[in-house]
Design a protein around this ligand. Structure first.
Ligand SMILES: *[C@@H]1O[C@H](CO)[C@@H](O)[C@H](O)[C@H]1NC(C)=O
Ligand SMILES: *[C@@H]1O[C@H](CO)[C@@H](O)[C@H](O)[C@H]1NC(C)=O
Length: 413
């Protein structure tokens, strides 16, 4: 590996270490504070939605998490208006990935580069979710004004699959009377594959577009996630009692912002690309926008769950580390694997992945395709120079990716 590559790894490790240390200094209780953030963004700040109107909804999961859902009902084209429509609009549900929230779909220069907004203009009724723990969904029925419940951060993507997703999708079903087309990115695809294992997703979902699908992590190269996984940093931080990881917590946010403001220093090249692969096609101005809302908090437990996927090369539930504790949680000594074959054979699936992606690696997507087996209803789109974030933020995704998603959805009755 080139010298500058090592410098990147070292600088990121320093940042992560300082981040953990600062979390430790600030104390855990402060970390459990309810974020002083607007909980209704649709009626307030229109800049993040590029001037498009949306509606806020709060949904409550079975385990008490209060989650924010945004709905974009209308755009500017005639096709996107409700008035005079003979048919109902088709709902689309859009699920973001790990360390992001629903805002990640809008971190672009122009409205026509944002997937949800493009879909609105094409006449879809678009719903954008925010997973538990992220800025607008950091609430719980048992929290008072000052603090979240002590065990708030005790979750991984497994809970998002078994609680958040059915709550969101039942809500959209009740509001619209229709099944959705699902679009997930990264962890948003993981959740969906896991969900099929647990409940009858096909009763709420017509098709799934899996963008940068992450299920098997067997070929993870020498990226940051791999470093973290191999170093067991999650477990180390967990044993310090730091429940969540918010890498934008001061003073880290200040350091990162300072770095990113130095002319000639490319934040994506240096920091984000180490996670995601070298994103080819993002506008430089998107960098600053991106750091305005991302990365988002997620529990250490979730990162440990991811690290377990890298180490053990299985797609399964969180491993509590000893048979007795697993027995307590699952009734069996080993964490149960998810069975992706529960997805019906004829379920329409669209896998979109890139050659530059360090998280959804091409070889691992092929493992997934092999495990799903032949005779399935699967469409594929492979883009050689795309990395993990290009699918959301690239200036040319509107030409290379979004039209294919629309044609895929239109082909489904
Ligand atoms: C919570 O905040 C609201 C509005 O600021 C206030 O009216 C209410 O009394 C507070 N409740 C508690 C339990 O502090
Ligand atoms: C890149 O960003 C700048 C500044 O926001 C904008 O003026 C320009 O149109 C953007 N270019 C593209 C291709 O989106």
């Amino acid at each position: 590996m080139a010298v500058h590559g090592w410098l990147l790894v070292i600088s990121v490790l320093v940042i992560v270490t300082v981040s953990f240390a600062s979390s430790k200094l600030q104390g855990v209780s402060q970390h459990n504070n309810v974020a002083a953030s607007p909980h209704s963004i649709c009626s307030g700040d229109f800049s993040f939605t590029k001037g498009y109107r949306c509606q806020d909804y709060d949904v409550i999961t079975e385990d008490g998490y209060i989650l924010k859902l945004w709905r974009f009902r209308e755009g500017r084209t005639k096709e996107s208006q409700w008035e005079g429509r003979k048919k109902q609009k088709q709902p689309v549900f859009i699920q973001h990935g790990v360390l992001m929230n629903g805002q990640c779909w809008f971190v672009v220069s122009h409205a026509d580069q944002s997937l949800p907004l493009v879909l609105v203009e094409h006449g879809y009724d678009v719903w954008v979710s925010n997973s538990r723990g992220t800025t607008f969904s950091q609430r719980h029925i048992s929290s008072n004004n000052l603090s979240l419940p002590a065990n708030y951060w005790d979750f991984t993507w497994s809970e998002m699959a078994s609680y958040d997703l059915p709550t969101f999708l039942n809500f959209v079903y009740l509001e619209t009377g229709q099944k959705v087309h699902y679009i997930g990115h990264s962890q948003g695809t993981t959740m969906m594959f896991a969900a099929f294992s647990e409940w009858k997703v096909q009763e709420r979902v017509k098709s799934a577009t899996m963008v940068a699908p992450v299920v098997y992590l067997n070929h993870m190269p020498f990226g940051l996630v791999d470093v973290l996984a191999k170093a067991y940093i999650g477990e180390i931080a967990g044993s310090f009692g730091i429940p969540d990881l918010n890498i934008m917590t001061e003073p880290i946010g200040t350091i990162v912002r300072a770095l990113c403001n130095v002319p000639g220093v490319d934040c994506f090249g240096w920091i984000v690309s180490l996670f995601t692969g070298m994103n080819c096609c993002m506008n430089a101005s998107t960098v600053e926008l991106w750091f305005g809302s991302q990365p988002q908090p997620t529990p250490i437990k979730n990162l440990v769950h991811w690290a377990q996927g890298v180490r053990k090369q299985v797609f399964g539930k969180y491993d509590y580390g000893d048979p007795a504790t697993n027995l307590e949680h699952y009734g069996v000594p080993e964490p149960p694997p998810y069975n992706i074959l529960k997805m019906p054979k004829d379920f329409p699936l669209f896998l979109i992945y890139g050659g530059g992606d360090l998280l959804a690696i091409r070889k691992d997507v092929h493992i997934l395709l092999n495990k799903l087996g032949p005779d399935r209803n699967i469409r594929e789109l492979y883009i050689d120079n795309y990395a993990h974030l290009d699918f959301l933020e690239a200036v040319n995704a509107k030409d290379l990716v979004y039209p294919d998603i629309i044609s895929f959805m239109r082909g489904i009755r």
